[in-house]
Ligand binder design. Structure first.
Ligand code: UT7
Length: 372
């Protein structure tokens, strides 16, 4: 079988259809009743090889925001952020810096690292849930700023966005419909969090990461991957106001309903469950053990979620790359930024297997075992 055309659904068995019972509120008001924590999962996995990451680049904005700054500015409980998340500081975009600006910076670094002619880029995908504008897409802004002759489109899967975009870009490359695809994850989270919400604001930071995809050897690419969604849990992490169903009004803005709302405790419980299960599935399906994987790069949401997965899966710390202590949760940028840093440090080399796992709002998750 030609691996370039081997994107197959290897299993289509739905394991469970249990639901979160919390209804989507009619009014954009958070509800606090207890939930049944039964989440959907999927046994579907796919593979898509013959694609390689030609190069990678990332950008984190200059302004460092420390826990101490947030604690003194908003009266957050001293030490809570570090203890409950592992985050020490994060970066905030400058006031005049948008998601597309950061995406362009990351893309320029990926292009510089590859030595390719930008004129050869024939596809732009931007994963973001903090676009510059609702319309036009951030991808079109990036295409214009880079002067590319390429179709451009945004993908929105929040913190799983990069994994969705990577898998999407890989399909274009594998079919030959893209020779050089620019895949970016970028988010300016500092603009959508409620500054004095201790359970949400300190977790998030701003960043962008980019990869260039092209055809590789039959062994390179997504040896096994899974993209999943559980929309029943959408209300656990959302922006209730600002879309077409509940447009912004002065009173809703005054109430702060346009900010990101997170039921952190229940997202945490979902995350520790989904992350371990999806990684286990991917590794079992691919027939690889922990020793075969060079590096695990998980979405940088909370060190306790990562540590839990590592403990359950018996993955030694030296095989896990984390940078959330310095950058916090950068949503769609989280995985490509961490991978870029790991690559720069020589922790990833051609031929290595890297396990990436993103998870977040939607609810969504995306896990991929990638042969570099
Ligand atoms: O990027 C998008 C995804 N976002 C996230 O992943 C954020 C997830 N949430 C969090 O990071 C944390 O919940 C906050 C930092 C927002 C708040 O932390 P916290 O208030 O200290 O709560 P927690 O995370 O320690 O606990 C959440 C729940 C608790 O359940 P109850 O007591 O509220 O019913 C913990 O007992 O998760 C429970 N929990 C565990 N359950 C099973 C904590 N550790 C475990 C565990 N196994 N290992």
């Amino acid at each position: 079988m030609n691996p370039l055309n081997s994107a197959t659904v290897e299993s289509a068995v739905e394991l469970s259809a249990t639901e979160i019972t919390k209804p989507r509120p009619e009014t954009p008001v958070r509800q606090s009743e207890p939930q049944r924590l039964l989440f959907k999962k999927s046994a579907r996995t796919c593979k898509l090889q013959g694609v390689r990451i030609r190069s990678i680049g990332s950008y984190i904005p200059l302004r460092v925001v420390t826990n101490g700054e947030l604690e003194s500015q908003y009266g957050f409980e001293g030490g809570w952020i570090k203890k409950r998340t592992g985050i020490l500081e994060r970066r905030y975009a400058a006031p005049d810096e948008g998601t597309s600006d950061m995406a362009v910076m990351a893309a320029r670094r990926a292009i510089a690292n590859s030595g390719v002619n930008p004129a050869d880029i024939d596809l732009v995908l931007v994963a973001t849930f903090t676009p510059d504008f609702t319309c036009p897409s951030t991808a079109c802004l990036v295409q214009e700023k880079l002067g590319l002759d390429a179709p451009a489109v945004d993908l929105q899967a929040a913190c799983s966005g990069f994994m969705y975009a990577l898998a999407t870009g890989a399909q274009f490359v594998a079919t030959g419909n893209s020779k050089l695809a620019l895949v970016i994850g970028a988010d300016v989270n500092s603009r959508i969090v409620e500054p004095d919400d201790q359970g949400t604001a300190p977790l998030f930071g701003d960043a962008a990461g980019a990869v260039l995809l092209e055809r590789g050897t039959p062994e390179q690419g997504l040896v096994c991957y899974q993209l999943g969604a559980d929309g029943a849990g959408g209300c656990l992490l959302d922006r209730p106001v600002g879309g077409t169903l509940r447009p912004v009004t002065p009173s809703l803005v005054a109430e702060g309903q346009h900010f990101l709302k997170m039921d952190g405790r229940n997202v945490f419980k979902w995350a520790i469950q989904v992350v371990t299960e999806t990684i286990e599935q991917i590794m079992a399906q691919a027939g690889v053990g922990v020793d075969d994987v060079k590096l695990f790069v998980l979405h940088q949401a909370n060190i306790r979620i990562i540590d839990h997965a590592m403990k359950v899966l018996q993955i030694p710390p030296e095989k896990v790359f984390n940078n959330l202590d310095r950058v916090g949760n950068t949503s769609a940028a989280s995985i490509p930024v961490a991978m870029d840093e790991a690559f720069e440090q020589g922790l990833i080399e051609p031929g290595d297997l890297v396990l990436m796992c993103g998870f977040g709002a939607g609810l969504t998750w995306g896990t991929g075992l990638f042969r570099w």
